[in-house]
Design a protein around this ligand. Sequence first.
Ligand code: ATP
Ligand code: MG
Ligand code: MG
Length: 348
Amino acid sequence: MIGGGQLGRMMVSAAARLGYRTIVLDPDAACPAAQLANETITAAYDDREALERLAASVAVVTYEFENVPVAPVRALSHIVPVFPPPEALEVAQDRVVEKAFLNGTGIRTAPWRAVDDAPELDHAFLDLGGDCILKTRRLGYDGKGQAVLRENGTHGEAFDSLGGVPSILEKKIAFEREISVIAARGQDGSFAAYDPAENVHGLGILKSSTVPASVRPEQAEAASAIARAILDKLNYVGVIGVEFFVGRDGELLVNEIAPRVHNSGHWTEAACTVSQFEQHIRAVAGLPLGDPKRHSDCVMENLIGQDVERALPLLREADVMLTLYGKAEARPGRKMGHFTRVSPRSAP
Ligand code: ATP
Ligand code: MG
Ligand code: MG
């Protein structure tokens, strides 16, 4: 497992339950996943010697975040199977490549323009019209590396405020809601998608995911079909998170994809027999995918920064599953844990 954050930790736990040993590679010896892994290699993600040591000791390599350097991982994939495939990393790491890939697959996104300098931003802003969001092409997460440009505001500083790096301008979508589909593709091309979750963000960070989402069955079907098209096109193996905007007229636009287990899929551990973490391990290990049906309705909430103080009282509540990530310091904006409150499954 390349990367040792909380997503890695939850996958290590799922792998152990299926009888597998996991070696985690991460620069931080005390990272959340290292606390549970059978072994940790403490090294930078692009340390070729460390990656080769990892490759020599395992049957399969996977990763838990999308910013793993592509070149060393691609080199690794010639020695040992790497799932999801490095092409998925390449697509997901750069918002321009990602949007071009999606549109090229016939999938709608927010209208967008690549922006490489301030004059290009002026041009793109006029071209798109209305409120827009400027995002760095690479390395943004939890809403970092973004600036909102108001239709009638000034935007002279915006490009430099993000560091003057290659960026993308997206039209701001007046969405009715946000949903995500967590889907998986097996080594035999099999496909499984969980029910869409309805997601609420605060300051760019996921706050909660509710299942079922308030979408019509046809919309849920359509979102799942889009996820499937993405997985097939990438010849993908593993779990993916696909984030959508649902427009006022019900149209679905893909916001972004994450080639890994996804925060908005944490609820699956409490409301499905096979969680997204186990599903990912099954896929990369070449096992049959699990049935993604949910047995309960639920709401998952993140515990961010000082929210973690809510954890203890939650333990007294029935129907709440709490997960803490073993992080020592509750810095503002840092994901410390999450909990899922389940209730009997509603129809359908
Ligand atoms: P993540 O932590 O999900 O990887 P991120 O930093 O990659 O987040 P985005 O998913 O691009 O950021 O944006 C974060 C949130 O900002 C979205 O979930 C949505 O609420 C809002 N947002 C982003 N792009 C747009 C857009 N084009 N129109 C309207 N809202 C948007
Ligand atoms: Mg993202
Ligand atoms: Mg996002």
